[in-house]
Design a binder for this molecule. Structure first.
Ligand code: PGA
Length: 255
């Protein structure tokens, strides 16, 4: 599947249960007209996905994802959901390796790789999230950290499957902090990711993998970010919870 870019992801994290999700879409869909030249994907809590899909049933321009899955297909894994269950519930995309999964829940690079493989194997699009912590940036380890996360995270996939993913660069120090990477910082890391992808699948295929930025994206910085080289879209946390902010963000960046 070739995705239209820019790509706008709304990562609701642990916000908006089923009833708040329904009210969100009543308002958002009034504000946001269908656009064919972009991809808009919501990542609600899995328990709200059915309500979201029902509230936006007429809108085939809006797509769906979940925030995490476990790599096993089924079994005694209390609290977990599998990629095939996510697909059955209507998801087309799954985040893998979001920094909160890595740093709050302890997902290792190898765990992320297993999840990416399971997601891709279920015919869903993995959105592999990578990004350095502040301390890693300060000691000059951005390239090493991001390269490792990309290499290990994609280590189980065939080149053909790598062509079907999305990569999100989300510097941990910019998530939920109000600090955004400068366009120059984002551009540098996105170019690094692009060249790593080119090593794995060739330059042409790497060019069509969307590399999106996340970390305190807001209505006030979206245009500058989308105008940045190698930034093919955004993954938005806090500002995706509010219908009017997120509809403004999703209308940005006519190319
Ligand atoms: P934020 O979160 O926009 O609230 O910084 C982004 C993310 O974690 O995906």
């Amino acid at each position: 599947m070739k995705l239209s870019v820019p790509f706008f992801g709304g990562n609701w994290k642990m916000h908006h249960g089923p009833s708040a999700a329904g009210s969100f879409f009543d308002r958002f869909l009034d504000l946001f007209d269908p656009h064919e030249d972009r991809t808009v994907v919501f990542f609600p809590p899995a328990i709200s996905l059915a309500e979201c899909r029902a509230a936006a049933a007429q809108r085939t321009d809006v797509d769906w994802g979940v925030q995490d899955v476990y790599w096993e297909e089924k079994g005694a894994f209390t609290g977990a959901i599998s990629a095939s269950m996510a697909r059955e519930a209507g998801a087309s995309f799954v985040l893998a390796g979001h920094s909160e999964r890595r740093h709050v829940f302890g997902d290792s690079d190898e765990d992320v790789a297993r999840k990416v493989l399971a997601i891709s194997g279920a015919d869903l699009v993995p959105v592999l999230c990578v990004g350095e912590k502040l301390e890693e940036r300060e000691r000059g380890a951005v390239e090493a950290v991001v390269t490792r996360q990309v290499n290990v995270g994609l280590g189980e996939l065939s080149p053909g499957s790598i062509s079907g993913i999305v990569v999100a660069y989300e510097p941990v120090w910019a998530i939920g902090t109000g600090r955004t990477a400068s366009p120059a910082d984002a551009s540098e890391v996105h170019a690094l990711i692009r060249s790593r992808l080119a090593d794995l699948i060739g330059a042409d295929a790497a060019q069509s993998v969307p590399i999106i930025y996340g970390g305190s994206v807001k209505t006030g910085n979206i245009e500058a970010l989308l105008a940045t080289d190698d930034v093919d879209g955004v993954l938005v946390g806090g500002a995706s919870l509010e219908p009017s902010d997120f509809s403004t963000i999703c209308q940005a960046g006519g190319r």
